[in-house]
Design a protein around this ligand. Structure first.
Ligand code: SF4
Ligand code: SF4
Length: 131
């Protein structure tokens, strides 16, 4: 599976019918995918979805044909030498990718990371970096 970031600018979707058309295009490809995050901003709508890697190309094509940009998601890494295991980042991580172990040490599970980047600014030691 591959996590992608879909940015729908203001103006592309003005009604429920516009949503329906895009979803219909995707459904016709008979693809299963998980929506990991849905957010709205003044610039438009952002979706983070987890799609089968082998169908990534055709999914991108559908969205691009609708004028919607698709990017592979970035992820993060932790510079453990800077980390003081305070746990501040773990309370914000929506997937549990960042968590404290029973020994109260920070652990990062890359496979669970959806690249939302919420954690980056939460670290008082700047130990979390985007990659
Ligand atoms: S970017 Fe940070 S907060 Fe977001 S899922 Fe990955 S580890 Fe968690
Ligand atoms: S917020 Fe920074 S210092 Fe605290 S546990 Fe997370 S990575 Fe470590």
């Amino acid at each position: 599976m591959t996590i992608i970031n879909i940015n729908v600018p203001v103006g592309i979707i003005n009604s429920v019918q516009d949503y329906a058309k895009i979803l219909q295009d995707v459904m016709q490809m008979n693809v299963s995918f998980d929506i990991l995050k849905f957010s709205t901003t003044p610039k438009g709508i952002t979706l983070i979805i987890d799609v089968p890697s082998e169908q990534l190309g055709s999914i991108k094509e559908v969205f691009k044909n609708e004028g919607i940009s698709v990017e592979s998601k970035s992820t993060v890494f932790v510079e453990h030498e800077l980390c003081i295991d305070c746990g501040a980042c773990t309370s914000l991580c929506p997937t549990g990718a960042l968590h404290l172990t029973d020994a109260d040490e920070l652990e990062f599970v890359k496979e669970k990371c959806i690249g939302c980047l919420i954690c980056v600014d939460s670290c008082p030691r700047r130990a979390i970096k985007e990659t």
